[in-house]
Design a protein around this ligand. Structure first.
Ligand code: FAD
Length: 321
């Protein structure tokens, strides 16, 4: 028996959200006195070492294929097959776009209880009790699944991770497990050129229609660069093609939980808040003192973005000199 964790990579690098999944899995494994096994599409010793640092007892690697080339149904089949072979008690996956796309199929294949959106370590491992986000982050709930085996998805940037070094073995997975036929075809790939992924980013600077046009995003990118943050936007901004869809946050976009979310020229509609309200600190910059976003802000600046942002950049530069 084991805890099976799926570690995601992006461009060959291990995603930070995977470290959280491993930390979570290791905690559970320690309590249940069983081992952790981690699936990764990578032959990089650096990635393997990181997995070991956060608690992998065994690494199950697929070294000759990249994750980006694997369709979701094949990936779900692969994880289910490995889970059956390894007699996994719980399967842990990040609540990323990938994770959300595969978790229900895996829980169905394995006939395990599905627990999505976990935001903290289990308050109890036997019986299993986990706090999760619910209703687009408007509430929390605690699942109590008794002794059921489960598939658990972890909200990125919610639990954190700490070193928990393990001596790990490495084994190669049987790649024929992903050669099954698929009805999903990748028809187009659009590369997200952002250096910092917004689901992993600790700081995100986001802008809305208040910025008037795409040509005004240079200052947002500069500020993001200075604080090592990612850039995001409201839905209309991506709908109008001012920014790529990969930056759209909210109910119909990506849900994020950075330590710091700076919202510039965004009114704070409920659909936008649904994706960002779990941010640990929210700063709102808006000309309208009545903008609804101020009600959810930890800090608010009533002012024109075209005056406030350049001043902010100037001050940050002074402090980083
Ligand atoms: C089913 C559904 C799903 C949706 N999903 C999403 C979603 O996932 N994400 C999302 O974002 N929206 C979503 N929306 C749209 C949402 O309801 C809002 O329309 C949208 O968030 C508004 O975007 P905005 O704040 O950029 O623009 P606006 O509402 O136009 O707000 C612009 C803000 O900028 C301020 N401003 C203007 N000039 C300046 C300046 N110079 N400096 C500073 N501030 C300035 C204004 O005071 C205003 O508050 C959804 C809507 C529906 C119906």
């Amino acid at each position: 028996m084991c805890i099976l964790i799926f570690a995601e990579t992006w461009d060959g690098k291990l995603k930070k959200s995977s470290n959280e999944s491993i930390s979570f899995g290791k905690h559970l494994a320690n309590q249940l006195q069983i081992k952790t096994k981690v699936i990764i599409f990578s032959n990089s010793s650096e990635n393997h070492e990181t997995l070991g640092n956060y608690g992998a007892d065994e690494i199950i690697k697929l070294s000759s294929i990249t994750l980006e080339r694997v369709e979701n149904d094949k990936l779900a089949n692969l994880i289910s097959e490995i889970a059956k072979k390894e007699e996994a008690k719980h399967v842990i996956i990040s609540n990323t776009n990938r994770g959300k796309s595969i978790c229900s199929k895996i829980s169905y294949d394995l006939n395990k209880t599905l627990i999505t959106n976990a935001v903290s370590l289990p308050s109890s491992c036997i019986p299993l009790k986990i706090k999760c986000k619910a209703f687009s982050s408007k509430a929390f709930c605690t699942y109590d699944v008794g002794n059921d085996n489960s598939v658990i998805t972890i909200v990125p940037n919610s639990i954190g991770y700490k070193e928990n070094k393990s001596h790990y073995d490495i084994n190669e997975a049987n790649e024929s497990m992903i050669s099954s036929s698929t009805s999903i075809k990748i028809v187009k790939e659009e590369k997200n050129n952002n250096e910092v992924s917004i689901t992993d980013a600790e700081r995100v600077i986001s802008a809305g229609r208040g910025l008037k046009g795409p040509e005004n995003w240079k200052m947002i990118e500069e500020l993001a660069g200075l604080i090592n943050g990612g850039t995001a936007c409201s839905k209309p901004v991506s709908d109008m093609g001012w920014r790529p869809h990969s930056e759209h946050v909210g109910q119909t976009g990506i849900a994020i939980n950075p330590d710091l979310y700076i919202a510039v020229g965004i009114s704070g509609a409920i659909q936008h808040l649904a994706g960002v309200s779990s941010s640990k600190k929210i700063v709102v910059i808006n000309t309208d003192p009545e903008a609804p976003f101020f009600k959810s802000a930890d800090y608010g600046i009533v002012g024109d973005a075209f005056e406030v942002i350049p001043k902010l950049i100037e001050e940050i530069k002074k402090h980083s000199e």
